[in-house]
Design a protein around this ligand. Structure first.
Ligand code: NAD
Length: 252
């Protein structure tokens, strides 16, 4: 019960195979109440039902991370009804693969909007709530090893996650004196729908990258979720601005 009594908000929770759901389930199993959201309201509600059927406490609502009013409608009631918001996980993300010379400007903008501006809005509104709380809060941003190394056809995705990396550090620095921590997880290849879609379009690239993972396997969503529990809990109270790869050693 490492998160007993804590209230968490997690974005991008719409698939039982996704990172968001794994984090939500892991947080619930450690005693947290989780507020999950996604642009796909029905799928988020299904995820919440699955959690509640397992005896956990979760609430779902629709949120488009690129919408400032949506963020307000999501976070303010959580703070009002629970008296606090302890944890925010900015997990929602999209990828649009294309060579730099081919990527459509609309796709570029959408990736930056969702992956970077969406997380920025979440950080901004979470800070406004957390700064007034005695214990502060913990913000966890889900980036990618694409923020640390270059991969082909990922200029928009890599730039968005690289921007998220730097955003996290500024939030950590500014929040430190107010007990608001902000840490970043950099997942490598994790077996979610996002990766399965990529495997359909670029199977050779997946096979090539898998062969480069020192521990010899693709990650499971629970590998990322275990790291998120640690960053959300008091066990990591002296950590902020930290960057943790969960990639089977890929970045060594
Ligand atoms: N799977 C991997 O190998 C991997 C690796 C590195 C990083 N990541 C990152 O982990 C996070 C989760 O990825 P996943 O693999 O679980 O993918 P996923 O596609 O299962 O989950 C992403 C979720 O974000 C939601 N979403 C998209 N646009 C949104 C918006 N505007 N507002 C709210 N929600 C929106 C989607 O509906 C989806 O449910 C993403 O940020 C991704 O970039 C994944």
């Amino acid at each position: 019960m490492r998160l007993k009594g804590k209230t968490a908000a997690i974005t991008g929770v719409a698939s039982p195979n996704g990172l968001g759901f794994a984090i939500a389930k892991a947080f619930c199993s450690q005693g947290a109440t989780v507020h999950i959201c996604d642009i796909d309201a029905k799928a988020a509600a299904d995820c919440s039902e699955a959690l509640n059927a397992a005896g956990f406490q979760s609430i779902a609502r629709r949120l488009d991370v690129t919408s400032e009013p949506d963020w307000s409608d999501f976070l303010k009631p959580i703070a009002r009804d629970n008296g606090r918001l302890d944890i925010l996980v900015n997990n929602a993300g999209i990828s649009r693969r294309a060579l730099t010379e081919d990527i459509k400007i609309a796709d570029w903008r959408q990736v930056i909007e969702v992956n970077l501006t969406g997380a920025f809005l979440g950080c901004q509104q979470a800070i406004q709530i957390m700064q007034g709380q005695p214990g502060g809060g913990s913000i966890i941003n889900i980036a990618s090893i694409s923020a640390l190394a270059a991969f082909p056809q990922s200029s928009a995705y890599g730039a968005s996650k690289g921007g998220l990396r730097q955003l996290s550090k500024v939030v950590a620095l500014e929040g430190a004196s107010r007990k608001i921590r902000c840490n970043t997880i950099f997942p490598g290849m994790i077996a979610t729908d996002l990766l399965r879609d990529l495997a359909k379009t670029s199977p050779d690239q997946i096979a090539e990258q898998t062969a480069k993972i020192p521990v010899g396997r693709i990650g499971d969503p629970s590998d990322v979720a275990q790291c998120a529990i640690f960053l959300a809990s008091e066990e990591s109270s002296y950590m902020t601005g930290a960057e943790i790869t969960v990639d089977g050693g890929y970045q060594i």
